[in-house]
Design a protein. Sequence first.
Length: 188
Amino acid sequence: MSLYRASDYREGLDLALQAARTARFTSHVLTGLAMLHAAEAYAYLGDSAECERALGGAERHLGQAHGADAAHELFSPTHLGRLAGSCYLSLGDYRKAEQLLAQTAAELHDRRKSRAIVLGNLTLARLRDGNLDGALVAFTDAVSELHGTRGGGGMNIVFRAAREMRPWRSESAVQDAQDRLMALMEAT
Protein backbone atom coordinates (compact mmCIF):
# COMPACT_ATOMS: atom_id res chain seq x y z
CA MET A 1 0.00 0.00 0.00
CA SER A 2 2.77 2.45 0.89
CA LEU A 3 4.60 1.83 -2.34
CA TYR A 4 1.71 1.99 -4.79
CA ARG A 5 -1.25 3.83 -3.28
CA ALA A 6 0.43 6.34 -0.96
CA SER A 7 3.55 6.74 -3.14
CA ASP A 8 5.68 6.62 -0.02
CA TYR A 9 8.60 4.91 -1.71
CA ARG A 10 10.93 4.96 1.28
CA GLU A 11 8.36 3.30 3.57
CA GLY A 12 7.42 0.85 0.80
CA LEU A 13 11.09 -0.02 0.38
CA ASP A 14 11.55 -0.57 4.10
CA LEU A 15 8.49 -2.82 4.28
CA ALA A 16 9.53 -4.82 1.21
CA LEU A 17 13.02 -5.36 2.59
CA GLN A 18 11.58 -6.39 5.95
CA ALA A 19 9.30 -8.90 4.20
CA ALA A 20 12.27 -10.29 2.26
CA ARG A 21 14.29 -10.72 5.45
CA THR A 22 11.36 -12.37 7.23
CA ALA A 23 10.69 -14.88 4.42
CA ARG A 24 14.34 -15.47 3.48
CA PHE A 25 14.60 -18.92 5.06
CA THR A 26 11.03 -20.08 4.60
CA SER A 27 9.85 -19.15 1.10
CA HIS A 28 11.75 -18.39 -2.10
CA VAL A 29 8.51 -17.14 -3.66
CA LEU A 30 7.75 -14.62 -0.92
CA THR A 31 11.38 -13.52 -0.73
CA GLY A 32 11.57 -13.10 -4.50
CA LEU A 33 8.31 -11.14 -4.65
CA ALA A 34 9.40 -8.89 -1.79
CA MET A 35 12.73 -8.29 -3.56
CA LEU A 36 10.85 -7.35 -6.75
CA HIS A 37 8.86 -4.75 -4.86
CA ALA A 38 12.04 -3.48 -3.21
CA ALA A 39 13.58 -3.17 -6.69
CA GLU A 40 10.61 -1.14 -7.84
CA ALA A 41 10.91 1.14 -4.80
CA TYR A 42 14.61 1.65 -5.56
CA ALA A 43 13.68 2.49 -9.16
CA TYR A 44 11.10 5.03 -8.01
CA LEU A 45 13.80 6.55 -5.82
CA GLY A 46 16.20 6.65 -8.79
CA ASP A 47 18.75 4.22 -7.32
CA SER A 48 19.65 2.07 -10.31
CA ALA A 49 22.48 0.15 -8.61
CA GLU A 50 20.31 -1.01 -5.71
CA CYS A 51 17.44 -1.71 -8.09
CA GLU A 52 19.67 -3.98 -10.18
CA ARG A 53 20.91 -5.73 -7.06
CA ALA A 54 17.36 -6.33 -5.82
CA LEU A 55 16.29 -7.60 -9.24
CA GLY A 56 19.19 -10.05 -9.21
CA GLY A 57 18.21 -11.28 -5.75
CA ALA A 58 14.60 -11.65 -6.82
CA GLU A 59 15.62 -13.62 -9.89
CA ARG A 60 17.76 -15.98 -7.81
CA HIS A 61 14.98 -16.63 -5.31
CA LEU A 62 12.23 -17.02 -7.91
CA GLY A 63 14.53 -19.35 -9.86
CA GLN A 64 14.61 -21.64 -6.82
CA ALA A 65 10.83 -21.66 -6.34
CA HIS A 66 9.27 -25.12 -6.35
CA GLY A 67 5.95 -26.77 -5.63
CA ALA A 68 6.78 -27.46 -1.97
CA ASP A 69 7.08 -23.71 -1.26
CA ALA A 70 4.12 -22.73 0.94
CA ALA A 71 3.53 -19.66 -1.24
CA HIS A 72 3.98 -21.40 -4.58
CA GLU A 73 0.43 -20.53 -5.68
CA LEU A 74 1.47 -16.85 -5.64
CA PHE A 75 4.29 -17.50 -8.12
CA SER A 76 3.94 -16.52 -11.75
CA PRO A 77 6.77 -16.83 -14.27
CA THR A 78 5.84 -13.34 -15.53
CA HIS A 79 6.42 -11.53 -12.22
CA LEU A 80 10.06 -10.81 -12.98
CA GLY A 81 9.44 -9.38 -16.45
CA ARG A 82 6.48 -7.30 -15.31
CA LEU A 83 8.26 -5.65 -12.41
CA ALA A 84 11.71 -5.44 -14.01
CA GLY A 85 10.11 -3.73 -17.01
CA SER A 86 8.41 -1.29 -14.69
CA CYS A 87 11.74 -0.66 -12.93
CA TYR A 88 13.57 0.14 -16.14
CA LEU A 89 10.70 2.38 -17.23
CA SER A 90 11.04 4.35 -13.98
CA LEU A 91 14.82 4.50 -14.38
CA GLY A 92 14.53 5.84 -17.94
CA ASP A 93 16.02 2.80 -19.71
CA TYR A 94 13.15 2.66 -22.19
CA ARG A 95 14.67 0.14 -24.57
CA LYS A 96 15.32 -2.38 -21.82
CA ALA A 97 11.85 -1.72 -20.41
CA GLU A 98 10.30 -2.23 -23.83
CA GLN A 99 12.13 -5.52 -24.38
CA LEU A 100 11.01 -6.96 -21.04
CA LEU A 101 7.45 -5.64 -21.24
CA ALA A 102 6.87 -6.79 -24.83
CA GLN A 103 8.10 -10.29 -23.97
CA THR A 104 5.98 -10.39 -20.82
CA ALA A 105 2.86 -9.15 -22.62
CA ALA A 106 3.27 -11.98 -25.13
CA GLU A 107 3.44 -14.50 -22.26
CA LEU A 108 0.40 -13.16 -20.39
CA HIS A 109 -2.62 -14.78 -21.97
CA ASP A 110 -4.89 -15.68 -19.09
CA ARG A 111 -4.13 -12.76 -16.74
CA ARG A 112 -5.88 -9.88 -18.42
CA LYS A 113 -5.58 -7.35 -15.58
CA SER A 114 -1.83 -7.90 -15.40
CA ARG A 115 -1.59 -7.79 -19.19
CA ALA A 116 -3.36 -4.41 -19.29
CA ILE A 117 -0.83 -3.00 -16.83
CA VAL A 118 2.10 -4.42 -18.81
CA LEU A 119 0.70 -3.05 -22.08
CA GLY A 120 0.15 0.35 -20.47
CA ASN A 121 3.77 0.40 -19.30
CA LEU A 122 4.87 -0.79 -22.74
CA THR A 123 2.98 2.14 -24.24
CA LEU A 124 4.82 4.54 -21.93
CA ALA A 125 8.21 2.99 -22.70
CA ARG A 126 7.63 3.29 -26.45
CA LEU A 127 6.30 6.85 -26.18
CA ARG A 128 9.26 7.96 -24.10
CA ASP A 129 11.61 6.31 -26.57
CA GLY A 130 9.96 8.19 -29.45
CA ASN A 131 8.19 5.19 -31.01
CA LEU A 132 4.65 6.55 -31.47
CA ASP A 133 3.50 3.80 -33.85
CA GLY A 134 4.59 1.04 -31.48
CA ALA A 135 3.07 2.91 -28.56
CA LEU A 136 -0.28 3.12 -30.35
CA VAL A 137 -0.29 -0.64 -30.95
CA ALA A 138 0.36 -1.34 -27.27
CA PHE A 139 -2.16 1.32 -26.20
CA THR A 140 -4.90 -0.18 -28.38
CA ASP A 141 -4.19 -3.64 -26.97
CA ALA A 142 -4.26 -2.27 -23.41
CA VAL A 143 -7.63 -0.60 -23.98
CA SER A 144 -8.97 -3.85 -25.44
CA GLU A 145 -7.88 -5.72 -22.31
CA LEU A 146 -9.49 -3.07 -20.13
CA HIS A 147 -12.81 -3.55 -21.92
CA GLY A 148 -12.92 -6.98 -20.32
CA THR A 149 -11.43 -6.23 -16.91
CA ARG A 150 -11.88 -2.57 -15.99
CA GLY A 151 -8.83 -3.04 -13.72
CA GLY A 152 -7.92 0.09 -11.78
CA GLY A 153 -4.16 -0.31 -12.08
CA GLY A 154 -4.38 -0.70 -15.84
CA MET A 155 -6.77 2.25 -16.10
CA ASN A 156 -4.36 4.52 -14.24
CA ILE A 157 -1.44 3.61 -16.47
CA VAL A 158 -3.44 3.84 -19.70
CA PHE A 159 -4.72 7.29 -18.76
CA ARG A 160 -1.15 8.35 -17.96
CA ALA A 161 -0.15 7.14 -21.42
CA ALA A 162 -3.07 9.04 -22.98
CA ARG A 163 -1.84 12.23 -21.28
CA GLU A 164 1.68 11.62 -22.62
CA MET A 165 0.25 11.37 -26.15
CA ARG A 166 -0.90 15.02 -26.03
CA PRO A 167 1.98 16.30 -28.18
CA TRP A 168 0.63 14.13 -31.02
CA ARG A 169 -3.08 14.82 -30.43
CA SER A 170 -3.51 16.34 -33.90
CA GLU A 171 -2.61 13.00 -35.53
CA SER A 172 -5.63 10.93 -36.54
CA ALA A 173 -4.18 7.66 -35.17
CA VAL A 174 -3.77 9.28 -31.73
CA GLN A 175 -7.29 10.70 -31.89
CA ASP A 176 -8.66 7.26 -32.80
CA ALA A 177 -6.79 5.61 -29.93
CA GLN A 178 -8.03 8.18 -27.44
CA ASP A 179 -11.58 7.83 -28.79
CA ARG A 180 -11.38 4.10 -27.97
CA LEU A 181 -10.40 5.00 -24.43
CA MET A 182 -13.33 7.40 -24.15
CA ALA A 183 -15.67 4.70 -25.47
CA LEU A 184 -14.37 2.42 -22.73
CA MET A 185 -15.20 5.06 -20.13
CA GLU A 186 -18.68 5.58 -21.53
CA ALA A 187 -19.33 1.84 -21.29
CA THR A 188 -18.54 1.77 -17.55
